[in-house]
Structure formats: C-alpha cells, structure tokens
Design a protein around this ligand. Structure first.
Ligand code: ACO
Length: 362
C-alpha cells in the first residue's frame, strides 16, 4: 500500500517536540510552548531544544558568546552574497550561502556547527538585503543578543523593546514543529552520514516551497481586502460561499486553537494593543470564527500561526520578502536539533516505491 505524502506515518522517534493537534498543544522537550515565550530568550529555548535541559548561567553565557563570534561571516561568504544575481530570491541565497559555508571539517554533526549555522542566518539575510538596497552593511553588534542584533542589522538602530519582544516571541514559537517537510529533508540527508551543512541546505531547499514556508503575506493581502471592503462580515460570508479559503485559518494538525496563534495574539495584546492592524486582525478573527462556525459547522476552524504572524511582521515593519527567510532563521534550530538526534541513533531512510509501470513482455 502506498501512503501518499507519508501522511500519518511515524518516520522517527524523537524527544525534541510533540504536537497534540486534538488538544492544541505544542511541546518542546516536555514544556508547553505558551510558557516558554513568557520568560525565556531565543538563546535559552534554543539551548533547551539542542540539549533537553535549561542552560545554567555559564552555559548560557557560552552560547551567547559563540553566537556573537559566528555572526561575522568569512570574507569569501560576504563576497559571495554580493556577487549572486540580484534577481535571485532570498531563500535561494540562503541555501547557496549555507552550502558554501561548510563543511570546514569532516566531523559528525555537532553542537558547535549548530550554533554557527544559527548565528550566520541573520547576518546572511541582513548583508544581502543591504547589498540589494545599495546601502552599507550594518555589521553585527557584539553587544546585542541574537534577535535584537538581527533587527539592528536590518534597520541600523537598536530596536524598541516592543519590537524585540514581538520578533523574539515569533522566533521562539517557530523554532521547531515536529516532522514537517524540511525537518524530514534534513533528517534524510544526514541519515546517509552526510554533513550538517548539506542537511541544512536540503532543509532550506524544502522550506522554500510555498506549501511549506508559507509566509504571512497572504494573510496581509486578506486583511488589506477586509479593511478596504467596509463590511468585513459581508466579505467573509461571500468568500466562504464562493468556496474560498480564509487565509490564516485552519490547520492540518491542529483541530482546535493553534497554540502558536494564541501565544502571538497574547504578546500583541500586551505590546501593541492600540495598533490599527491588530484591531483589524481581531475584528476579522471574530467575524471569521463565527461565520466559519455557521457555514462550516463541525470543521473546528480557528486562526493558525500565520494569522497573527502577519500582525507581528506589521508591528516590526518587516518587509514581506524577509518573512520566509526569518522563519528559516528560527527553524534552523529545530533542524539542527533533529540532525543531532538522527546522527546519534541513525538508520538510513530508504522507503520503497510501488512500481505501476509496464513490465517487459515475456
Ligand atoms: N477557510 C475556509 N474554509 C476552510 C479553511 C479556511 N481557511 N480551511 C479549511 N476549510 C474547510 C474546507 O473548505 C473543508 O470544507 P468542506 O468539508 O466543506 O469541504 C474543510 O474545512 C476541511 O478542509 P481540509 O482542506 O480537509 O482541511 P485541512 O485540515 O486538510 O486543511 C489547511 C488545512 C490546508 C491549512 C487549510 O485549513 C487552509 O487551506 N487554510 C488556509 C491557508 C492557510 O492559512 N495556510 C497556513 C497554514 S499554517 C502553516 O502551514 C504553518
């Protein structure tokens, strides 16, 4: 029997994360995601995903210092970033740069390389962006933490605390999400005993596809349309009656609230309660959830992570071409955690195909 898309197939055992779609829970290393975003930093949660326990003061400092050290790209990589054709999209640039970054040795996938890969992503994005805009590259700051430094390199100034918090919450919530397509790619690549840079390169290539790295851009287009319509309820009713999907609603696994959407909404209410875009998002959510209950009863359709990610991106004025690269800059932590787990206890992935072609005539 062929299971198309391997839907429902459990392809590996993992202790990294668990998605409970029925109860709307996402668990990183035994801890509920909502709790993790309240009092923890990107660095702490990354350490937790890599090691399965919280860092102590010294371990956290060491991790921060290593991330800072690897923010600076080697000269040949910076030259590569400015020599790639201007029309090359950001995800292809990221994929090419990561491929060119390693391996520098033949060691097994390591924690050190996981840190290096995580550290270099924001710099690759910011360096390429400044080059495309024809302005000098704002070099990484050794003073700032990971997320703050990313915004600093993009905008040339230290971000406001609310902006830092918005992006850091988004990045923590998107660090990891089970055996999604790009994580599976990374695990398949490293299962051949290939290196960690090749595995992350495979993962970026997989993330690039619109069915996976789906950015919140389509939600922004939907909300723009809602704002212009003058009658949100009428617009949504017409869309559902025409059989259209409301962008930012529904999820393949979560058949209740997506816990990431709830966590993003909660941080937005805290930092941007007077924001016009957030007000619009809340109005659209209220109207859509009630109309979906009326017109699609029993389907349990609620906002997904993309819905409030759109409001987060708006609140930090991130340009849409950077949405998927930014998602990648956080997901690299989940990929590398899975790569380390796969290589610790490896069996090569080698499924079979069911031949339905012609046979030789005997
Ligand atoms: N708007 C309106 N109706 C919807 C929506 C939606 N967003 N999502 C599902 N439905 C309806 C379908 O029309 C279908 O109705 P029917 O039973 O009358 O035919 C029913 O709900 C079930 O639909 P499926 O496609 O079987 O649901 P599935 O769980 O497989 O779909 C998906 C999940 C693809 C995410 C879907 O909800 C969707 O297209 N959403 C909009 C796009 C979106 O927001 N994508 C981002 C997802 S989050 C992420 O990937 C990180």
């Amino acid at each position: 029997m062929v299971i198309k898309g391997l839907k429902g197939v459990k392809a590996a055992e993992t202790v990294i994360s668990h998605i409970d779609g029925v109860n709307g829970r996402l668990i990183y290393r035994g801890l509920d995601i909502g709790e993790l975003t309240k009092n923890h930093s990107f660095e702490e949660v990354s350490y937790l995903l890599w090691h399965g326990e919280w860092p102590d003061h010294h371990q956290l400092l060491q991790l921060k210092n290593k991330l800072k050290k690897h923010r600076e790209l080697p000269e040949y990589l910076e030259n590569l970033l400015i020599s790639l054709p201007a029309e090359m999209d950001f995800m292809s640039v990221l994929r090419t740069a990561v491929s060119a970054a390693g391996p520098l040795n033949k060691d097994k996938p390591s924690y050190s390389d996981s840190i290096r890969l995580t550290a270099m992503m924001p710099t690759i994005i910011a360096c390429r962006k400044s080059h495309l805009e024809g302005r000098p590259f704002v070099r990484p700051s050794a003073e700032l933490d990971h997320v703050e430094n990313y915004l600093y390199m993009l905008n040339g100034e230290k971000p406001a605390e609310s902006q830092r918090k918005a992006l850091e919450t988004y990045m923590i919530l998107t660090l990891e999400h089970g055996m999604n397509a790009s994580t599976f790619s990374a695990r398949v690549t490293v299962s051949t005993e290939s290196d960690i840079y090749s595995a992350v390169t495979s993962a970026i290539g997989t993330m690039k596809g619109p069915l996976h790295g789906g950015a919140p851009s389509e939600v922004i287009a939907f909300l723009d349309e809602a704002a212009k319509s003058g009658n949100i309820e009428k617009l949504i009713r017409e869309k559902i009656n025409r059989g259209e999907r409301l962008m930012g609603f529904g999820h393949r696994i979560y058949k209740t609230h997506d816990p990431r959407a709830l966590a993003l909404k909660s941080v937005l209410l805290e930092i941007a309660s007077k924001d016009e875009w957030l007000g619009l998002s809340l109005d659209v959510e209220t109207a859509a959830v009630s109309l979906l209950q009326e017109l699609k009863p029993g389907r349990a359709l609620y906002t997904n992570v993309e819905f409030y990610a759109a409001a987060i991106m708006k609140s930090i004025q991130m340009e849409s071409e950077l949405f998927t690269p930014t998602f990648t800059a956080s997901r690299v932590v989940g990929w590398t955690a899975h790569i380390l787990e796969q290589s610790e206890n490896n069996t090569i992935f080698r499924p079979e195909s069911h031949y339905i072609g012609r046979m030789p005539v005997v």
